[in-house]
Design a protein around this ligand. Structure first.
Ligand code: BGC
Length: 832
């Protein structure tokens, strides 16, 4: 089980010191897709006669117009558009985000965040999730989907951890392959992204990720390779550099790995504004610049005219785009007609995924399922639908209910509600502000300027949060000054572009900015200048203080005390374009949870968060349910799992650390967020749960953890080496009194035949199953040879880790219940 690479693939993946030695031999082991099609990796895909004819008929300018984005005349609201060439019957391409549903101006099914899908550990569900997006994308006039995202969860801070799947390469690979199959089965072209190493948002536009060849292949690239094997039509290059070279012009990645090694025959586009050159990028293997033509428009024409780029490279890129269009029937009208949306079917899958991924982290004293007694719902996100994260994964949902409504609809006893934390502020009392501001807000007519000069009188020293609500573009917001200091200055660069999906917008759709400062007693001068711009402006200035916050907590405590049981909704609002700086819940939520759990220990905390959270209050809670961003059916799903209408079927796809000091990138700025523009992937192959095992660090919750309302026992393990890998068998029994979902996991230890620093254990496989009370089922999990292999940097290929290896079967990476030895590679069976 080893293969070697063509010479080209041995191009240095690294700038400078870590450069890989060129492959000594020219022998090839074919990448599966290339092999299946009987062609050599690296060779241009066999173009159909239709594509050849088109290439001959297109003018150079027409060809270039197919290699970059342009504004969409139909303005459907998608992220990108490539005009077609009507004279030759080449239709335009519309490219829409994204990972949790189709992001256009019109509503679409807002599916649960991909991390919630991944938590179900169910490739078949991923396929159906992909099918919903595939059908809707086509129904909404789109041709290409800018998804799935498969960059690994490497740091708990990364702003897009909700948008991707997991910290584990195998799980990510399984899911991306299944989702792409689903998307493309509906005729929408998938784009796996962001190739590669876009594992953090901090400095994403500039950071240079240094990673060694073995780590790259064993860790981050595995899911991308699976996407290529699944036939993804397109790949999106990342913003960052990899080993000193921009990902979007990285020949080692775009040609060496993608084409030569894996036999990819689709096209590579940039992330949005991620191109950096013309000839360099085109020759390195980039095919399309998005969303405009800064480098691949007039500049490309000039490069060809001046002889810096041979036209055959333009043809190569155009040929790749056209070949995919042809494969999807877009060139000869053979694509099936665009379907109508099937909103009820989309909603059903959205509900199913949110229930299947709901991850019960703790359940003490039978707190869950909820009983029929009175219920207090607490927290701002209890009454607000928290559908999705921010950035390009945001979808306009068909509808969205609040958990409070869903819990009320389901509960038998009385349901009360307390806000607990005021996210959007209250009007500044008339007595404190002279002259007063209109409570409902101020409208400034188009073309006019509105000014205000007043006095804010503060009675006692306190911490004030000013909350500005405004319509229109972020940069057109009013200027608000307190004692001469601007409260909401415009952030430079892309700083204003990305805000969270929830707390960045008021329930009635206005943008929000917050500023917190300590105010001394006495009079403060407040001045406002607001411009109506071209379409008018509506704004409100609200506030919260230490005193109002204390009052909100006190009311929550009263409400909790009077109820039999409590569900407290906690939030954290992530978006692409920025990372968190801590895993502590934002705002005063820890204080709220401490106070409420002290008042009523039968409190369930529901986490609508993007990724890992520190839980200093964990032991005081009755239960903790991780729901991430659950999509438009999230409220119904949350109510269903809390009341036990279904078993919470999710398991963690990432390790939750105890705090900010105990996780793979803690305490080493070179590792994260990087120093002097360089981020070192120095944990090597020990990503995620592997790092906790290698370092002997106790997590708060391990990878693979998630409770059921019933219990399961495993026994009778066997292991048998076959040509297709290691077959691990065991029996799972539901030992409780309810039907429930289990996800037993198989882990495999290192091979002593390989003299390499290997993980303590890797995830070998898993199986999701539903069992009735008392039911037993024999399960077989096949651990693929790839999972049992390491990347050999001398031969630039995979080498199987043969010999006796330990196999564990467990309910998480730390709840390993059965252990046996198995022989890998010699045909022997192993038994416990
Ligand atoms: C994101 C991509 C997205 C693109 C288009 C970029 O900022 O990184 O994931 O597909 O925008 O919206």
């Amino acid at each position: 089980m080893s293969d070697t690479v063509p010479r080209r693939a041995a191009l240095s993946l690294l700038g400078g010191t870590l450069a890989v030695v060129a492959a000594a031999t020219g022998s090839l082991a074919l990448a599966p897709r290339a092999a299946a099609r009987g062609r050599r990796p690296g060779a241009a895909p066999a173009r159909t006669p239709r594509v050849e004819r088109l290439l001959r008929a297109l003018t150079l300018d027409e060809k270039i117009s197919l290699l970059h984005g342009a504004p969409d005349p139909a303005a459907l609201g998608e992220a990108g558009y490539v005009p077609g060439v009507p004279r030759l019957g080449v239709p335009p391409l519309r490219l829409a985000d994204g990972p949790a549903g189709v992001r256009v101006t019109r509503p679409a099914t807002a599916l649960p965040a991909p991390v919630l899908l991944a938590s179900a550990f169910d490739p078949d569900l991923a396929r159906r999730y992909g099918q919903v997006i595939g059908r809707e994308g086509r129904a909404l006039g789109q041709d290409v989907l800018l998804s799935p995202m498969v960059n690994l969860i490497r740091t708990p801070y990364a702003g897009r951890n909700f948008e991707t799947f997991a910290e584990d390469p195998l799980l990510s690979a399984d899911l991306v392959a299944a989702e792409i199959a689903g998307i493309q089965a509906e005729g929408l072209i998938a784009t796996v992204k962001h190739f590669a190493m876009n594992n953090q948002e901090k400095d994403r536009m500039s950071v240079d990720v240094r990673v060694d060849e073995r780590t790259l292949h064993e860790v981050e690239l595995r899911a991308f390779e699976a996407a290529v094997r699944a036939g993804t039509g397109a790949v999106m290059g990342a913003y960052n550099k990899v080993n000193g070279v921009w990902a979007c012009e990285n020949e080692a990645l775009l040609t060496g790995v993608l084409r030569d090694r894996w036999g990819f025959d689709g096209w590579v586009m940039t992330d949005w504004y991620a191109a950096h050159s013309t000839d360099r990028a085109l020759l390195a293997g980039l095919d399309m610049e998005m969303p405009n033509g800064t480098w691949f428009g007039a500049a490309l024409r000039k490069a060809v005219d001046e002889g810096r780029v041979a036209e055959r490279y333009v043809d190569r890129a155009v040929g790749r785009v056209l070949a995919v269009m042809d494969r999807f029937g877009l060139l000869d009208g053979s694509a099936p007609p665009r379907p109508d949306r099937d909103a009820p079917a989309g909603a059903a899958v959205a509900l199913e995924v949110a229930k299947a991924g709901a991850t019960l982290l703790r359940n003490a004293h039978g707190t869950l399922p909820l009983g029929s007694g009175s219920l207090a719902v607490i927290g701002p996100t209890g009454a607000l639908p928290f559908v999705s994260g921010g950035g390009s994964a945001h979808v306009v949902p068909d509808h969205a209910d609040s958990p409070l409504e869903a819990l009320r609809a389901r509960a038998r006893g009385e349901v009360t509600y307390a806000l607990g934390e005021d996210l959007f502020g209250r009007p500044i009392p008339a007595g404190a502000l002279t002259p007063g501001l209109a409570e409902e807000g101020t409208r400034v007519a188009a073309g006019s300027t509105w000014t205000y000069d007043g006095t804010l009188t503060v009675g006692e020293a306190d911490e004030w949060t000013f909350v500005l609500h405004f319509s229109g573009a972020p940069t057109s917001r009013p200027k608000v000054r307190l004692d001469g200091t601007e409260l909401f200055p415009i952030a430079p660069g892309w700083g204003e572009s990305f805000r969270g999906g929830l707390i960045g917008t008021t329930p009635d759709g206005l943008a929000v900015r917050r500023a917190t400062l300590r105010l001394t007693p006495g009079a403060h001068r407040l001045s406002i200048t607001a411009q109506g711009g071209t379409s008018g402006l509506l704004f409100r200035l609200r506030h919260a203080t230490g005193a109002t916050r204390a009052a909100d907590v006190a009311e929550a405590v009263r409400t909790a005390r009077e109820a039999h049981q409590v569900v407290l909704f906690a939030y954290e609002d992530a978006t692409e374009g920025q990372d968190r700086t801590t895993i502590v819940l934002p705002g005063d939520q820890n204080r709220l949870i401490e106070a409420v759990t002290a008042a009523n220990p039968r409190t369930t905390v529901v986490l609508n968060t993007s990724s890992a959270t520190a839980m200093p209050w964990l032991e005081r809670t009755g239960a903790v349910m991780q729901m991430y961003y659950p999509g438009q059916e999230g409220a119904a799903a949350t109510a269903a799992v809390l009341f036990g209408d279904c078993d919470p079927g999710g398991r963690l796809t990432q390790t939750f650390p105890v705090d900010d000091d105990h996780h793979p990138v803690a305490g080493d700025p070179r590792r994260y967020p990087g120093t002097d523009g360089v981020e070192e992937y120095s944990e090597g192959v020990h990503v995620g749960h592997r790092w906790y095992d290698a370092q002997g660090v106790r997590p708060l919750f391990p990878f693979g953890h998630g409770l059921s309302y019933t219990s399961f026992a495993y026994d009778d393990p066997t292991a048998r080496w076959t040509r297709d890998g290691l077959e691990v068998g065991f029996t799972v029994r539901n030992t409780g009194r309810r039907a429930g979902v289990d996800v037993p996991q198989v882990y495999v230890g290192p091979s002593s035949d390989l003299r390499l620093d290997q993980p303590v254990r890797v995830l070998g496989g898993y199986r999701r199953l539903t069992l009735r009370p008392g039911e037993r089922r024999r399960v077989t999990v096949r651990v693929a040879p790839r999972t049992l292999s390491c990347w050999d940097t001398a031969r630039h290929g995979w080498v199987l880790g043969t010999g006796r290896r330990t196999v564990w079967i467990g309910a998480s990476s730390r709840d390993l219940r059965l252990r046996l030895d198995a022989a890998v590679g010699d045909g022997n069976a192993g038994r416990a």
